[in-house]
Design a protein around this ligand. Structure first.
Ligand SMILES: *[C@@H]1O[C@H](CO)[C@@H](O)[C@H](O)[C@H]1NC(C)=O
Ligand SMILES: *[C@@H]1O[C@H](CO)[C@@H](O)[C@H](O)[C@H]1NC(C)=O
Ligand SMILES: *[C@@H]1O[C@H](CO)[C@@H](O)[C@H](O)[C@H]1NC(C)=O
Ligand SMILES: *[C@@H]1O[C@H](CO)[C@@H](O)[C@H](O)[C@H]1NC(C)=O
Ligand SMILES: *[C@@H]1O[C@H](CO)[C@@H](O)[C@H](O)[C@H]1NC(C)=O
Length: 453
């Protein structure tokens, strides 16, 4: 067909918008922050946190995110995804949440919006009896979790030695104490509400308490808008400074790349991979990839229900695959960002190569990037080289303290005992609530640490 050649040549000379129009999504990986919730206390240095749950407002936020994705990818959508179905199919969709009530409920809410209730299906049994679906025809999408202590993908910032060191240095730094001094007036003005003097390092808890009151308590509206905007700046500064090194995004990046590569395999059924997590992973991701250095608006805590969207694109009739990364902050319009030196629509191979510098896989990757030789299972990696893995498992289960790889000695022994105690507490806590959703409890493993070798 020689008469087509000039056209093709012309197309290849045209600029990116033309090319973009040629490329359509064939799969996606997303991360959401949970929606609005009840107050969440966090320890300033260890990040150990209390309980919190999604509010109705939070459920509506994530429901809207699901509707938004359906209006993007569904049939008749703004950017229809090849093969995407509004009916849930096991081979197309995989959902993983961090193991907290607020993120699991967030995932449920988004999935309700993405896979809407439909005419309730029926099932005819072999003996001819026809069964109706339970309830109102909502589609049920399984949500997978792993225990928080081994969740390096969505909760990797706990007990991460390099991060802890970074935060300790930050709190002592001149920049930090200068910044606090600049805002001492506001700290003093609001401290009576808390009955104690306030520090910048504790701004997360201060902000969170005030933010929740401001949203849900009509008799708590006396902060001025300039006080509120200064408070918001302070908490954004604090959380960005804490989490910008991005250690805890490394395992998440590995997941994103792995999932996109899987979806790119010819014939793959995979369409939608969904991670339901926390703003920390956003801040880590923006920091690690340099996005928040390039665009300072990314130095703020993402709004509730914010979404990272990694779309795998294809040109019809070609095996070329591309990745487009977009960020949707709360209800704002999504913005597509170039990562590092990549174009906004980057060939998959280039995307993989660029992400590789930040990507870490599994427990070993997490221990490496955090510089950990103890905590969260890293000590079992050390033991492995000392070849007595059985002893490591016995120790983790029974509390027997062996010689730890012959290297670290008594201090580690003490830490390991603490770890075992934490494991036991964890296991017994998780047995208590009887009414966990089936999809969640099925993925839980009672013995956590011994399984990590
Ligand atoms: C068919 O099987 C179902 C489930 O075992 C049972 O409840 C129902 O009574 C059976 N119907 C007939 C007609 O045997
Ligand atoms: C709402 O705010 C008022 C005024 O500060 C306070 O006294 C009250 O305890 C708050 N209510 C709740 C449920 O926190
Ligand atoms: C995915 O599952 C659906 C429903 O079971 C099936 O129709 C479809 O052929 C499967 N797709 C692939 C690529 O296996
Ligand atoms: C920076 O990011 C914001 C989203 O947080 C976006 O609206 C804006 O367009 C970005 N600016 C540039 C120059 O990319
Ligand atoms: C985290 O570190 C603390 C000591 O700082 C320890 O008590 C705790 O068991 C560790 N948690 C895990 C999951 O390793």
């Amino acid at each position: 067909m020689p008469n087509l050649i000039p056209l093709i040549t012309l197309a290849s000379l045209l600029t990116i918008p033309f090319t973009e129009a040629q490329q359509t999504p064939i799969a996606a990986v997303i991360l959401t922050r949970h929606g609005a919730r009840t107050p969440l206390f966090k320890d300033t240095k260890t990040f150990t946190e209390g309980n919190s749950e999604l509010t109705l407002e939070g459920k509506n936020q994530l429901f809207e995110r699901g509707q938004f994705l359906r209006s993007r990818w569904g049939s008749g959508g703004s950017d229809p995804m090849t093969g995407f179905s509004e009916t849930y199919y096991q081979n197309q969709t995989y959902v993983r949440s961090s193991d907290t009530d607020r993120t699991i409920n967030s995932a449920q809410s988004l999935l309700q919006g993405l896979f809407p209730a439909s005419a309730a299906p029926t099932l005819t049994l072999a003996n001819g009896t026809t069964l109706n679906a339970p309830g109102t025809g909502d589609q049920q999408v399984p949500i997978h979790v792993v225990d928080n202590n081994i969740d390096y993908v969505l909760r990797g910032w706990f007990n991460c030695t390099k991060l802890d060191n970074h935060v300790n240095e930050l709190f002592k730094s001149k920049e930090f104490t200068d910044y606090q001094a600049q805002h001492q007036g506001l700290l003093d003005a609001i401290s009576p509400r808390f009955g104690r003097s306030l520090a910048l390092s504790d701004m997360w808890n201060v902000f969170d308490y005030l933010n929740v009151q401001r949203s849900y308590n009509s008799s708590f509206q006396d902060l001025t808008s300039s006080q509120w905007s200064e408070l918001t700046d302070m908490v954004n500064y604090l959380e960005y400074q804490k989490f910008k090194p991005g250690y805890a995004a490394a395992n998440f990046i590995n997941e994103v790349v792995t999932q996109l590569q899987g979806a790119a395999v010819p014939g793959s059924a995979q369409k939608f991979t969904y991670y339901s997590g926390h703003y920390t992973t956003f801040t880590n991701f923006f920091g690690l990839t340099g996005l928040s250095t390039t665009n300072t608006s990314l130095q703020a805590i993402p709004d509730y229900g914010s979404t990272l969207i990694f779309e795998l694109l294809a040109t019809p009739g070609s095996n070329d695959r591309f990745v487009r990364f977009s960020y949707r902050n709360g209800y704002a319009a999504p913005v597509a960002f170039p990562i590092a030196n990549l174009p906004v629509i980057a060939p998959l191979a280039d995307f993989v190569k660029t992400m590789d510098q930040w990507s870490k896989s599994g427990l070993k990757g997490w221990c490496d990037i955090c510089g950990n030789t103890v905590n969260r299972g890293c000590e079992t990696l050390n033991l492995k080289s000392g070849d007595d893995v059985g002893a490591a498992e016995a120790k983790n289960e029974g509390g027997v303290t062996p010689v730890v790889g012959g290297v670290i000695g008594a201090v580690v022994g003490v830490l390991v005992t603490g770890l075992v105690a934490a494991g036991i507490l964890f296991a017994s806590r998780r047995r208590t609530p009887a009414a966990q959703p089936e999809t969640v409890s099925a993925a839980r493993q009672p013995v956590v640490f011994a399984k990590q070798v």
